[in-house]
Design a protein around this ligand. Structure first.
Ligand code: SAH
Length: 342
């Protein structure tokens, strides 16, 4: 395991086994979480220890292979190359409440959603905890913008990489590290019910977002294979249990797809299904993916859908699209890069 994937107590134990005092572990932890690229930068460490660590525990920071900055809204998209040559994307978005990074949790994705570019080549591998942390850390360092919020909404299914994601959350939240509040972190899932229950048991203060994208099984089955394993009623029952365990309102993402899920009847059905669940619906105009025949809904359909939800007492917002000029939606940049380099 990479040194940066260890919590501070674990690192302290590891250092003890190496015959090093606890304060050394804390020094190293602090340096690593500041984003040093070499042990030589750890100037308060003895040379012999720096040499030993460099030989036994390579830091392996990611390398920027593409960086695209939106001329419209300042959104920055990074394509990172990891130590093994695989690439993942991170997006930095600038909101009035702070700078938000959207990170990837896997290289590719096994879930197979019909509208999503990230899943086109399937899953390559899951990310290690330090590889998620590095996306936050090096985005902050490279951009010079301090990060206050994180969304796990990049490439991959976070709950398919459960243990590593939880460890990442612990690392990024640690006071000796980046110290980013759990309340400023959102995790999005396509609906892995047993993992939603497992997450509920952890009682974290993060926000849970569910990629719903349809009001019933008929619609979800067409675009989200996961629905065949965990149909919508089971998913919403898990959301209710999650709310009971955490008291955190659930966010539902709903990509508006022309003629598929955007009718007034669909809005009314959604309303019925969400009844009694403290929910917020985030409508996302579909981003067109080259390989897919699905098209975004008209503005009129989006407005009508939103009104039905609001009139029914469910808050619904239409997500502002950022970075439309830089392939900033999930998986598009990695896909383009992989195609070009083949
Ligand atoms: N696997 C997780 C995390 C990905 S989050 C999940 O499914 O929730 C990325 C969000 O963007 C998800 O809600 C996903 O469904 C949505 N998305 C993917 N492709 C999209 C597209 N082309 N247009 C709009 N939203 C899309």
């Amino acid at each position: 395991m990479n040194l940066k994937s260890h919590t501070l107590p674990e690192l302290t134990t590891l250092f003890k086994e190496m015959g090093q005092p606890a304060f050394r572990a804390k020094q190293v932890y602090t340096w690593l979480h500041r984003g040093v690229r070499t042990y030589d930068e750890m100037t308060n460490l003895p040379l012999t220890l720096r040499q030993q660590l460099a030989a036994e525990h390579p830091i392996a920071p990611p390398r920027v292979v593409r960086k695209q900055e939106s001329q419209r809204d300042g959104t920055i998209k990074y394509l990172w190359q990891l130590a093994d040559g695989n690439c993942v994307e991170t997006v930095l978005m600038r909101y009035h409440y702070g700078n938000t990074v959207c990170i990837s949790t896997e290289v590719g994705c096994p879930m197979g959603c019909a509208f999503c570019a990230s899943t086109l080549g399937g899953l390559v591998r899951r990310l290690e905890p330090y590889e998620m942390l590095d996306q936050v850390l090096f985005t902050q360092l490279d951009s010079g913008l301090s990060v206050s919020h994180i969304v796990l909404m990049g490439i991959g299914e976070p709950l398919d990489n459960f243990d590593n994601v939880l460890r990442f959350l612990e690392l990024v939240n640690s006071p000796e590290g980046m110290n980013i509040s759990m309340r400023h972190i959102s995790l999005s899932t396509c609906g892995l019910v047993p993992k939603i229950d497992a997450l509920a048991q952890k009682k974290l203060q993060i926000s849970l977002a569910i990629s719903l994208h349809g009001p019933n099984d008929a619609v979800r089955n067409q675009i989200m294979p996961v629905n065949k394993a965990y149909p919508i009623d089971e998913l919403l029952a898990a959301c209710r249990r999650y709310y009971e365990a955490t008291s955190r309102r659930i966010h539902f993402e709903y990509a508006m797809i022309d003629g598929l899920n955007d009718s007034p009847e669909a809005a009314r059905e959604l309303l019925r299904r969400l009844k009694g669940l403290p929910a917020h619906v985030n409508m996302i105009p579909l981003n067109h993916v080259e390989e897919s025949p699905l098209k975004p809904s008209s503005r009129k359909a989006v407005a009508a859908f939103q009104k039905i939800l609001e009139d029914g007492g469910v808050t619904a917002t239409v997500r502002r699209t950022l970075g439309g000029d830089i392939d900033a939606s999930c998986g598009q940049l990695r896909r383009k890069y992989n195609k070009q380099s083949q």
